[in-house]
Design a protein around this ligand. Structure first.
Ligand SMILES: Cc1cc2nc3c(=O)[nH]c(=O)nc-3n(C[C@H](O)[C@H](O)[C@H](O)COP(=O)(O)OP(=O)(O)OC[C@H]3O[C@@H](n4cnc5c(N)ncnc54)[C@H](O)[C@@H]3O)c2cc1C
Length: 803
C-alpha cells in the first residue's frame, strides 16, 4: 500500500467503489480504496440487486436515473458484466388513495422525462400474470426497472477505477483517523499508515464506527432485511422474464430469480441490527432467518400471488443494511471537519450508488456537487439526531417503506422530543403539532381537544376550515403565531459587516434595520435566504431556516476569516412569537414604551425593546405579508411574553394561528422559502430575488455568475398561479403544463383563504416568464386551469405590510 494519497476511500462496497470510479473519471488519479476484507464484504454482497428510478424527491430520482444509465459505461470500460436485467416494473395499487399516489408519482415523472404509465388491473394482470386481480384497483408501469448482480456492479466500478489509475487494497482495516493541523489526515490501518489529503467514509455497515473515529455520531442504523426465493415455478417456464413488482398494500416486492421468484418485505415489526456498535468480525455473513416475523407479509403475498404459495421456499436471506431517519443517503463534507467526506446510509445502492459517487466526486474536485442534492446532503441533519432518536425514526421509516405519506401527515415516532416553554399552553388551546427537526411546533388550532387531530388526505382535510378562520382573523384584526422553529445565528465582531457583505448577496443593513438577502454559491445559485438584522455596529442577528443550520454553518466555516468574526448558531436560545394583522401595532404598542408608529419604526426596522417585563428583539417584518412584528426573546422569557401578548390581545380579538395558516399566507404573497422555491438549482433572478442582489456594494460570493444571470435572464422563472382547483390544492412537485406540454413544476401550493383562491408557485422556462395563458397544473391526475398572476394575490402593492 502506498503511504500517501490524495484521497483515501474507506470501504469497498458498491458505494465506495462508485466514489473511487467517479474520482478517477473527474481526473483525480492518486486515489486509494481501503477495504477491510474483500470487496462487497458489507451489505452489498447479499443485496437483491433491484433498481428503480422512482423516488419521492425528484432530485434524488434524477440521480437514480443516472445510476441505471451508468451500468453500460462501467461494463464497457471494465469488461466486467453488471448482470443488468431491465425487465420493467409494475407498482400495484390496492386502494383508491394508492392509485391517487401513483398518479401523483406519474405526474412528477413527467418533468423528469420518465416514461411512467397508469394502467388498469386487467392490463396489469396481462403484464404480470402471477397477481390475483381481486386485490387491486390499478397500477403504474415503469419500463426502466430491473435488477443487477451486486458483485458484478461493485467489481465493474472497481476495475474501471483501477483502469483510471486508482489503487485498491484489500484485507486492510482502517482502525483510526488523525487530523493534521493543515487539514490532511493520517489514516491508521492494521497494515501501516497512509497520509491522505482527503478521507471518504464509505464504510456502509461500519460508517458509524468510522464516523466515531473523528468524533462524529452519524444518524444511521442498520435494519435486518429478509427476502426469500421460491422453488422453480411451472408458471415461469419458457416465459419472458417476469416484471419487477411492488405490492404496496401487501408491503412486498417481487422479481424473478432464475426459475423461481424472489419476494422481499419491509415488515412493520422490523428489527435493528447492532444498534450501538457493528462487530468488526461480521463479514460475508447472513443473519439467522426469522420467518415468523415476516409471516403476516408472506401470508398476504401468497394470497395476492397464489402461485408463489404453491412453489415452496428454496432459500431465505436475512441481511443488514443501513438507513438514515428519512431513508435517503448521507453525502458530503461535514461541518467542523476539514477534508472529511461521507457517502453512507445508502439503502438502495444499486439505484443510488452511481449518483452518490458522481455528486461526491464533483463536490471534492469542484467544490460543489453540481446538482441539487439537498435531499441526501449529510447537513440536513443537525446535532439533534441522538442514537435513540435515529433508532426510533429509522424503525418507523423502515416499517412505512411502502406506506403512503400524506401531505398533512405527521409521523409519531420519537415525539414529542423538544418543546418550547409555551407548549402546554398551546396544547390547552387544542394545537395540532408538527415535528420540525424534533421541535414541536403548532400547525393549526382545533375548536376542541377531540377535534385536534389531522385526518390524513391528499385533498383539503379537516384542518381546512380552521386554517381558513385563522387566516381571516389575521386579515381582520390580529393573530399570534409561534415562530421558534426558525434558524438563528448571532454574528459579531469588528469584521462582521464586511464578512456578511461578502457571503450574502445583499448589502448589510444599517444599525436598527433589516435586509432580506439571498446567499449564493460561486455558481451564483441560491444556497440560502436570510433576514439580516443589525443590532449594533458589530453585531447582527440572522434569521433563516433551522433545518439548514448545519448546511449554513458548513458554508460559513469555509468562508470565515481567521479573526474578527464570530458566528454562533443560537436557534434554540431564542424562541419567537409573531403578531400580525392590521391591529398588531396597536396591540403591541400597549406593551412597549418605544413609539411603533410607521414614522418612528417603519417596515424593516429592528430594535432591542422591552415588551412588558420581557427584554427582546423586535423586528418589523411578517411572513404573512400583513402588518406584523417578529419578537425574539431568550427561551426563559417566552412564557411571560406569550401571556402578556395574549392578555393584551383580548381587546384586539387576537387569535392563535399556526404554521399551515402562515404557509397559506406566504403563498398568497408569493414569498418563497428554502427547500421549496429556493434551492441550489435556481439563481436569484430566476427566483424573483433579483432586487435583493446588490451589485453596487463590491465583491461577494457568486457576484459574477449572478451578473451573467441578470444579463441573460436565467433559464427559469418562478411564477405565481391562481388554480381552478376543486377539493384538492397543489402541494408541490406537480407538473405545470403549457399548451398541452409539461414545461415546469410546482414548488408550493395552498388555498389562499384571504383571497378565496387556490394558489401555486412554480418554475417555468424563462421564455414563458410573461405568457399570460395556456397554463394548467396537474393535481392528482387532473389538469386544472392555472392563471398566472402578475403580482402577489394578496396585497399586491405591499401597502399593508408597510402601513
Ligand atoms: C437483504 C438485502 C437486500 C437488499 N436489496 C437491495 C436491492 O434490491 N436494491 C438495492 O439497491 N439495495 C439493496 N440492498 C441494500 C444494499 O445492499 C446497500 O444499499 C448497499 O450495499 C450499500 O453499500 P455500501 O457500499 O454503502 O456499504 P457496504 O456494502 O456495507 O460496504 C462497506 C464496506 O466497507 C468496508 N469497511 C467498513 N469499515 C472499514 C474499515 N474501517 N476499514 C476498511 N474497510 C471497511 C466493509 O468491509 C464493506 O466492504 C439490500 C440489502 C440487503 C441486506
Amino acid at each position: 500500500m502506498k503511504n500517501h494519497a490524495q484521497v483515501a476511500v474507506i470501504g469497498g462496497g458498491v458505494v465506495g467503489a462508485s466514489v473511487l470510479y467517479h474520482l478517477t473519471k473527474i481526473g483525480w488519479k492518486d486515489v486509494l480504496l481501503i477495504e477491510r476484507a474483500e470487496l462487497t464484504s458489507g451489505s452489498t454482497w447479499h443485496a437483491a440487486g433491484g433498481m428503480h428510478t422512482v423516488n419521492g424527491d425528484p432530485n434524488v430520482a434524477k440521480l437514480q436515473q443516472y445510476t441505471i444509465e451508468l451500468y453500460q459505461e462501467i461494463e464497457r470500460i471494465s469488461g466486467q458484466s453488471c448482470g443488468v436485467h431491465i425487465t420493467g416494473g409494475i407498482m400495484l395499487a390496492g386502494t383508491r388513495e394508492r392509485l391517487d399516489w401513483l398518479k401523483m408519482a406519474k405526474a412528477r415523472g413527467r418533468y423528469l422525462n420518465m416514461d411512467l404509465e397508469i394502467i388498469s388491473v386487467d392490463e396489469a394482470a396481462k403484464m404480470f400474470p402471477l397477481m390475483d386481480k381481486a386485490h387491486f384497483v390499478g397500477a403504474m408501469y415503469d419500463p426502466i426497472e430491473g435488477h443487477v448482480d451486486p458483485y458484478g456492479v461493485t467489481h465493474a466500478y472497481a476495475k474501471s477505477a483501477q483502469i483510471g489509475g486508482a489503487e485498491i487494497v484489500r484485507k486492510t482495516r482502517v482502525t483510526d483517523l488523525k487530523s493534521r493541523p493543515d487539514g490532511t489526515w493520517d489514516v491508521i490501518t492494521d497494515q501501516g499508515n497512509v497520509h491522505a489529503e482527503h478521507v471518504v467514509n464509505a464504510a456502509g455497515l461500519w460508517a458509524r464506527e468510522v464516523g466515531r473515529m473523528v468524533g462524529l455520531e452519524l444518524p444511521i442504523l442498520a435494519m435486518e432485511h429478509q427476502y426469500l426465493i421460491t422453488g422453480d415455478m411451472a408458471e415461469l417456464a419458457g416465459k419472458k422474464e417476469q416484471l419487477h413488482c411492488i405490492d404496496f398494500e401487501g408491503e412486498i416486492y417481487l422479481r424473478q430469480e432464475r426459475g423461481g421468484m424472489l419476494m422481499g418485505t419491509y415488515e412493520r415489526a422490523g428489527v435493528p441490527w447492532s444498534p450501538v456498535t457493528t462487530p468488526w468480525d461480521f463479514g460475508q455473513d447472513l443473519l439467522p432467518n426469522d420467518l415468523d416475523r415476516i409471516a403476516p407479509s408472506l401470508a398476504v403475498g401468497f394470497e395476492h400471488f397464489p402461485a408463489l404459495g404453491q412453489a415452496g421456499i428454496k432459500k431465505v436471506v436475512n441481511g443488514p443494511f443501513t438507513f438514515a431517519p428519512d431513508g435517503n443517503p448521507l453525502v458530503g463534507p461535514v461541518k467542523g471537519l476539514k477534508n472529511f467526506w461521507v457517502a453512507c446510509g445508502v439503502m438502495a445502492g444499486f439505484s443510488q450508488g452511481g449518483g452518490v459517487g458522481l455528486a461526491l466526486s464533483r463536490w471534492m474536485a469542484e467544490g460543489d456537487p453540481g446538482a441539487d442534492i439537498w435531499g441526501m446532503d449529510v447537513a440536513r441533519y443537525g446535532d439533534w439526531t441522538t442514537l435513540a432518536y435515529t433508532k426510533a425514526k429509522v424503525r418507523e421509516n423502515y416499517s412505512r417503506r411502502f406506506r403512503i405519506r400524506f401531505p398533512n401527515e405527521e409521523l409519531p415516532a420519537g415525539r414529542p422530543l423538544r418543546t418550547t416553554p409555551i407548549y402546554e399552553r398551546l396544547v390547552a388551546q387544542h394545537a395540532v403539532f408538527g415535528d420540525y427537526c424534533t421541535l414541536e411546533h403548532p400547525l393549526w388550532f382545533a375548536p376542541s381537544a377531540a377535534d385536534a387531530k389531522d385526518m390524513v388526505s391528499f385533498r383539503r382535510s379537516n384542518s381546512h376550515p380552521h386554517v381558513g378562520a385563522e387566516c381571516r382573523a389575521v386579515q381582520g384584526g390580529a393573530g399570534i403565531v409561534e415562530i421558534s422553529n426558525y434558524g438563528k445565528f448571532d454574528v459579531r465582531g469588528p469584521g462582521a459587516a464586511e464578512w456578511l457583505s461578502r457571503v450574502m448577496a445583499n448589502r448589510a443593513p444599517a444599525v436598527g434595520r433589516i435586509a432580506l438577502t439571498p446567499m449564493l454559491n460561486e455558481r451564483g445559485k441560491l444556497i440560502g435566504d436570510f433576514t439580516m438584522c443589525r443590532v449594533s455596529q458589530d453585531h447582527f442577528f440572522l434569521v433563516g431556516t433551522y433545518a439548514a443550520e448545519a448546511y449554513y454553518l458548513r458554508w460559513f466555516e469555509r468562508h470565515l476569516p481567521p479573526h474578527g468574526v464570530l458566528v454562533r448558531p443560537c436557534a434554540m436560545e431564542y424562541t419567537g412569537l409573531s403578531v400580525a394583522g392590521p391591529k398588531s401595532r396597536a396591540l403591541l404598542q400597549t406593551l412597549v414604551r418605544d413609539d411603533l408608529s410607521s414614522a418612528a419604526f417603519p417596515f424593516l426596522s429592528f430594535r432591542r425593546m422591552e415588551v412588558g417585563m420581557v427584554p427582546g428583539y423586535v423586528g418589523r417584518v411578517s411572513f404573512t405579508g400583513d402588518l406584523g412584528y417578529e419578537i425574539w426573546v431568550t427561551t426563559d422569557y417566552q412564557r411571560a411574553l406569550y401571556d402578556s401578548l395574549v392578555k393584551a390581545g383580548r381587546d384586539f380579538g387576537l387569535k392563535l394561528f399556526g404554521g399551515r395558516a402562515l404557509n397559506a399566507m406566504r403563498v398568497e404573497k408569493s414569498f418563497g422559502t428554502w427547500a421549496r422555491e429556493y434551492r441550489p438549482i435556481y439563481g436569484p433572478f430566476e427566483a424573483g430575488l433579483g432586487r435583493f442582489v446588490d451589485f453596487k456594494k463590491g465583491d461577494f460570493i457568486g457576484r459574477e455568475a449572478a451578473a451573467l444571470e441578470k444579463e441573460h435572464g436565467g433559464a427559469l422563472r418562478l411564477r405565481s398561479f391562481r388554480v381552478a382547483a376543486t377539493d384538492a390544492d397543489a402541494i408541490g412537485d406537480e407538473p405545470i403544463w403549457h399548451d398541452g406540454v409539461t414545461v415546469g413544476w410546482v414548488t408550493s401550493g395552498a388555498f389562499g383563504h384571504r383571497v378565496g383562491e387556490s394558489l401555486a408557485l412554480g418554475y417555468v422556462p424563462a421564455s414563458l416568464a410573461s405568457a399570460d395563458g395556456g397554463f394548467e397544473i396537474e393535481i392528482i391526475g387532473e389538469r386544472r386551469k392555472a392563471t398566472p398572476l402578475s403580482a402577489a394575490a394578496f396585497d399586491p402593492s405591499g401597502a399593508l405590510m408597510r402601513a
